[in-house]
Design a protein around this ligand. Structure first.
Ligand code: GLN
Length: 273
């Protein structure tokens, strides 16, 4: 097998997720080359995947249709954004806010592959949940993921624009979590080719200043949240002040930010009084 070029970390990821060869297994054969390990897919298949990744800049996650995220593995496809590492911590931020709630109603606005919804369904089994997306293809993917990861979850899927499909339940949400598209349109062209050419623009492009969706979500929260309900929003690396100001300006309380694991202000939180 000849593998020329590319990124070593990405190849290690591919070996781990598609062939079942974890980094520690890999270390053990580097130290003891006489040990044999078996791959869960053939070396020919691995080669085809790697070549297509290098040649067409297709994300590995799309080529193998899988992405491990938090404590589960999602099916992914070009219909939805590949869930990012920084969004894993968004869940911890959200769960901390509601740790004293026994039950409630949550929503994941713009669910994509369903990553956030699945984590909330797993961690809040006594709550009812709503996952929505404007893309029906993304919703189908999210439904499949929920069904295989949390089969008994109490989650309702709706198709539409941000708060719109949830009108019936406005005023009753205790927790709303979202990772909306937040990249300013001008910057889309500067993203890495793997992202720019293959991930859905709908899930990345947040309009002129990157905050079109965030504004709709925050404004909708004043009708949508229950009294004492929380909105937890992921945003771009330089939007913290603007996003928290929008939250304050519409009268939200307990407005704060949290940093991601790289120390960047990445999540904005507020509560309806
Ligand atoms: N964090 C993602 C990225 O860089 C963007 C996700 C989003 O717009 N929500 O690529």
């Amino acid at each position: 097998m000849i593998l020329e070029g590319g990124n070593k970390v990405d190849f290690d990821w591919l070996l781990d997720v598609s062939a079942g060869v974890s980094w520690s297994k890999l270390q053990s054969i580097i130290l003891n080359p006489e040990n044999l390990i078996s791959l869960e897919i053939s070396t020919e298949e691995l080669e085809v995947i790697w070549e297509s990744h290098l040649k067409d800049q297709i994300p590995l996650q799309y080529l193998i249709s899988k992405c491990p995220w938090r404590d589960f593995e999602l099916e992914v496809s070009a219909e939805a954004l590949i869930p990012r590492q920084e969004t894993e911590f968004l869940i911890d931020v959200a769960l901390k806010k509601v740790e004293d709630f026994n039950t409630g109603r949550w929503a994941d606005l713009g669910t994509g592959s369903g990553a956030i919804a699945i984590s909330l369904a797993k961690s809040l089994p006594d709550w009812s949940g709503h996952a929505l997306d404007i893309s029906n293809e993304a919703l189908d993917l999210a439904k499949r993921n929920l069904k295989s990861i949390v089969p008994d979850a109490n989650v309702r899927f709706s198709s539409g624009d941000w708060w719109e499909p949830l009108k019936r339940w406005w005023g009753s949400f205790d927790l709303v979590v979202s990772n909306p598209p937040y990249i300013p349109s001008d910057l889309i062209e500067e993203l890495e080719p793997v992202v720019r050419y293959h991930e859905p623009r709908l899930a990345l492009d947040g309009g002129l200043d990157g905050m079109n969706a965030s504004r709709k979500i925050i404004n909708g929260a004043s009708h949508g949240l229950a009294k004492g309900g929380w909105l937890i929003l992921e945003h771009h690396y330089d939007q913290s002040e603007k996003i928290t100001n929008i939250m304050k300006n519409i009268g939200m309380e307990e407005v704060s930010f949290e940093k991601d694991l790289s120390g960047i202000k990445r999540y904005a939180c507020c509560r309806k009084k």
